[in-house]
Design a protein around this ligand. Structure first.
Ligand code: ATP
Ligand code: MG
Length: 568
């Protein structure tokens, strides 16, 4: 065996040990070695014993010595590290280069939101990081809550985010397989059909007691199973997993695997009436789809035992289930339970209301997909739930849109100003201070609008500069200001104010979204509408254009007469 191979292995083992409190493992090192040197796959038989040897050598030396050797002999491995840190994601346990498969499995029961973005982006980033694949799978086995509109909205949301997937599928297209697995379970005694009522089932589960159905024989179960497709009514029979009614983990107390739902399915209409629940469907699908790393939010953690046990008993391959924290913003909940009533009661205008955490709302508000990705990857990868400050997302967004936002003047609650000795007819103003985004010609005739807040501060004798134009001195204060032009030289000590020519001023409304909930109460003042005027140039901009209104903030053009405030 070549010395350089041995040396490469030693470096990888040392690095891995340094990242895991001084202990490395054969499997981690094997996957990393093959990841960095795929050509060694052909010599795997000689490599494996060599790796075991190196791993036990490395594990037998003290942590500090490992570190010293790593620094002196393998500085290049340490230098390469920031590349991984850049994405913010820690290495994926047990991941092999080229064979990672992740999936994003939304249920089409609502509009995609920032939490879905987190899940989809992490799934995608890991798939890319390891040269693997991302499956986009609709977990659509609960027809009561699912609608075609939501399939479409989720797909639109992912495409907008720029999440690229390698395959898209629906769990509901695999119903025949799922039925086969259910029958396998019933035949093997791993599941039984229970006809107890809901209350009795919950009571028994609380009290750790089995019901009579649990003792039913195979012929009873098979008969009942076939009756589930015709005779029983919804709610009269369910297939239950034979777990343990005494388990400390309540999930394992004979949970439901399949139930009857008569509501037609958005894709399959009335073709099926027996539907798997989440645990059964997700385990089978993940395994069949070749998923290697299945992420979900941490409230599912107790369900892991069931997930693995279902696959164990079906003799199916087990993906690794990993958890991350749910993401939501302070005062901006993502849960459908909370958002649905707001839309239904007309408290917000729809799922694209700019106060909401939906992707559609983010887009309307002027948050760009790259900012969401950077933001998600900047979150620490912990399991504790993250109530992220919206400011952090805003600051990523600002850095990105600043370079492409056109600068315009806007006056809110406008006040009229007349410059009595105006001699200019037209000025040319650059659309961006640094970038070449063109210039616009603005006609002036001495009558202007300036922001009401600025106007109120002015007294006769005050001097100020009308930005990009000239300096003036106020001759008359009040609601109809008058002033005289005093010069054009730039003077840093006087205040600067933006203006809009009164001739041709375009009336617009600025919607300013504020926090939706304060102390768990709906904030009735969560949407402020400001009356404003802006330059005629605004009319020629496309809907969706991001504008920085000078001295005001970034806004996105939402329609001919409305912009939405993005952030400062
Ligand atoms: P909800 O119904 O409250 O929107 P969910 O978990 O039922 O949430 P799904 O459509 O089933 O939503 O979720 C698809 C994927 O997105 C799952 O992997 C889920 O764990 C993840 N996900 C959903 N909400 C969040 C969130 N707030 N933060 C992070 N990931 C989330
Ligand atoms: Mg859901």
């Amino acid at each position: 065996m070549d010395d350089d191979v041995r040396k490469a292995i030693r470096g990888i083992a040392l690095l891995n040990a340094s990242e895991h409190d001084g202990k490395t493992r054969n499997d981690s090192v094997i996957s990393k070695v093959l990841g960095s040197r795929p050509e060694l796959k052909q010599r795997i038989k000689e490599i494996i014993p060599l790796i075991s040897e190196v791993v036990s050598e490395v594990n037998s030396i003290p942590h500090a010595t490992q570190k010293a050797e790593l620094e002196s002999s393998f500085p290049e491995l340490l230098a390469a590290k920031p590349k991984q840190e850049r994405t913010g994601l820690p290495p994926l346990e047990g991941a092999e280069q080229g064979s990672v498969v992740t999936r994003f499995p939304p249920e089409p029961n609502g509009y995609p939101h920032i939490g879905h973005a987190k899940a989809a982006i992490i799934d995608e980033e890991y798939a890319r990081m390891y040269g693997g694949k991302l499956i986009f799978r609709f977990d659509d086995t609960n027809p009561e809550n699912e609608r075609l509109e939501y399939y479409a909205a989720i797909k639109v949301g992912l495409d907008w985010l720029g999440v690229r997937y390698d395959r898209v599928k629906n769990t509901s297209d695999d119903m025949e397989v799922i039925y086969k697995k259910a029958e396998e379970f019933i035949n093997a005694g791993h599941a039984y059909v229970c006809t107890c009522n809901k209350e009795a089932i919950s009571k028994n589960r609380r009290e750790m007691k089995a019901c009579k159905c649990r003792a039913g024989d195979l012929s009873q179960n098979l008969k009942r199973w076939s009756d589930m497709f015709s005779k029983y009514k919804q709610g009269e029979a369910i297939v239950r997993f034979r777990g343990s009614m005494e388990s400390e983990n309540t999930v394992m107390r004979d949970p439901t695997l399949l139930r009857i739902i008569d509501e037609p399915h958005p894709l399959h209409k009335s073709k099926y009436r027996v539907w798997p629940n989440y645990d059964f469907a997700v385990a089978i699908e993940d395994s069949m789809d070749g998923v290697t790393h299945a992420f979900r939010t941490k409230e599912y953690e107790l369900r892991n035992e069931l997930y693995y046990e279902i696959l164990e008993r079906l003799g199916m391959r087990k993906p690794r289930v990993l958890e991350f924290a749910r993401l939501e913003f302070d005062g901006m909940p993502v849960s459908k339970r909370i958002l649905k009533p707001l839309v239904q009661d007309g408290k917000v205008s729809g799922y694209d209301d700019p106060r909401l955490p939906t992707l559609e709302a983010m887009r309307r508000r002027g948050i760009v997909p790259e900012a969401i990705r950077k933001f998600v990857l900047s979150l620490s990868f912990t399991k504790s739930d993250t109530l992220a400050p919206f400011d952090t997302l805003e600051s990523f967004n600002r850095k990105i849109i600043d370079a492409t936002s056109i600068r315009l003047f806007l006056a809110t609650n406008p006040a009229r100003l007349t410059v009595t000795n105006n001699a200019l007819r037209e000025v040319e103003i650059p659309n961006h201070p640094q970038k070449d985004m063109g210039k616009r010609k603005v006609e002036v005739d001495g009558t202007f609008f300036i922001p009401g807040d600025d106007a109120r501060q002015l007294k006769a004798g005050d001097e100020l500069r009308l930005l990009e134009l000239y300096n003036i001195r106020i001759t008359k204060a009040g609601p109809q200001l008058e002033a005289e032009m005093t010069g054009t030289d730039f003077r840093s000590e006087i205040p600067k104010v933006q203006w809009v020519p009164a001739q041709g001023a375009v009336k617009i409304e600025v919607l300013v979204p504020k926090v939706l909930f304060v102390n768990d109460e709906f904030n009735e003042d969560s949407l402020e509408t400001q009356q404003a005027v802006t330059e005629p140039y605004y009319l020629g901009l496309n809907v969706g254009t991001e504008i920085q209104f000078v001295r005001y903030g970034y806004c996105r053009k939402d329609s001919a007469n409305q912009v939405i405030y993005t952030h400062k």
